[in-house]
Write a protein that binds this ligand. Structure first.
Ligand SMILES: Cc1cc2nc3c(=O)[nH]c(=O)nc-3n(C[C@H](O)[C@H](O)[C@H](O)COP(=O)(O)OP(=O)(O)OC[C@H]3O[C@@H](n4cnc5c(N)ncnc54)[C@H](O)[C@@H]3O)c2cc1C
Length: 277
């Protein structure tokens, strides 16, 4: 296919514009190093071909961090990171995915068809892109822990309020010990998730040596808590929890994603095991 006209240094400033992170591909999810998107040298620049799957805010963001293979013979040591722009010739997007939750944020495929860029769009050393992508996740996984924590706190707050409003057998459902114990367990989980998330965030700021362990632990713990707490919130609302008139069913659907993206919780446990204190 004919190469598109090349754009060099980013044509717009990053201020106020979104960035999407393009690592995953249809055949490279948990095994991200199996990615096939190619960046080939052309003169003093690069030509990018391939596609990325599941990209959050794709089509909305102006900028795309793209992790691409520059030397397949070197495996994960042949991967390099670039920045592409939405307006670059050859960049296009798939239809929005129809998702269980997180519907407020579009998720699309991103396609690269002979996208020509200058070397000033390369943001890692050649061959160091995979290491950069993994190091980035050490920081960004904590933001997923924070997202999960917010969802869990919202579900707990709503369930607590509802338990004082809803009456059965002539009293507030809060007065039943079975409900109180559920709320107590939810509060224990939310508070411990908050502490590990804040601890991990402080380690991210300080670049502490044990960041990898804390980052993966906070993501795993807070997201598992979000799933459990939102499910229990639906239970406390009974039938009303199961319908969209109340917000907890949405929280439960949103919580599910946090266990999957930015590395599944199975993958997090591998990271944790490899970085045990
Ligand atoms: C809504 C949404 C938004 C997303 N946003 C982005 C984004 O912006 N950018 C981006 O790059 N990606 C994004 N992703 C992709 C996400 O990170 C991947 O879906 C995730 O890493 C899992 O990859 P996969 O879906 O291919 O699952 P697979 O890797 O196929 O995994 C399937 C199952 O096998 C398990 N598994 C795989 N390998 C192992 C192992 N070694 N040990 C134990 N269990 C294993 C997994 O835990 C999982 O349960 C998004 C995904 C979704 C759904």
């Amino acid at each position: 296919m004919e190469a598109k006209s090349r754009k060099s240094a980013c044509s717009t400033t990053a201020q106020g514009k979104g960035f999407s992170y393009c690592l995953s591909e249809s055949e490279a999810g948990s095994d991200a190093s199996a990615l096939k998107t190619k960046a080939e040298r052309k003169g003093d620049g690069w030509v990018i071909n391939g596609s990325k799957k599941w990209i959050s805010n794709a089509g909305e963001s102006e900028f795309y961090t793209v992790i691409a293979q520059t030397d397949p013979s070197l495996g994960s040591k042949g991967i390099t990171a670039f920045v592409l722009e939405k307006s670059d010739a050859g960049v296009s997007f798939g239809a929005p995915e129809k998702k269980m939750g997180f519907r407020g944020s579009p998720t699309r495929e991103v396609y690269f068809d002979n996208v020509e860029i200058g070397d000033d769009r390369r943001i890692s050393e050649v061959g160091k892109g995979f290491a950069l992508a993994m190091d980035t996740l050490d920081h960004t996984r904590i933001t997923i822990a924070a997202q999960a924590l917010g969802i869990a706190q919202g579900a707990l707050d709503f369930a607590k309020k509802y338990s004082h409003e809803r009456k059965q057998f002539g009293k507030e459902i809060f007065d039943f010990q079975g409900v109180q114990f559920m709320l107590a367990d939810m509060a224990i989980a939310v508070e411990t998730a908050r502490q590990i998330t804040y601890a991990a965030a402080a380690k991210s700021e300080r670049l502490d040596k044990d960041l990898k362990f804390f980052s993966a632990t906070s993501k795993t713990y807070a997201t598992d808590v979000a799933m459990k707490v939102t499910t229990d919130a639906v239970q406390i609302l009974g039938g009303y929890g199961y319908v969209s008139d109340y917000p907890v069913e949405r929280m439960m659907r949103d919580a599910k994603l946090t266990q999957i993206y930015e590395g599944t919780n199975q993958i997090q446990r591998i990271v944790i095991a490899r970085n045990l204190p």
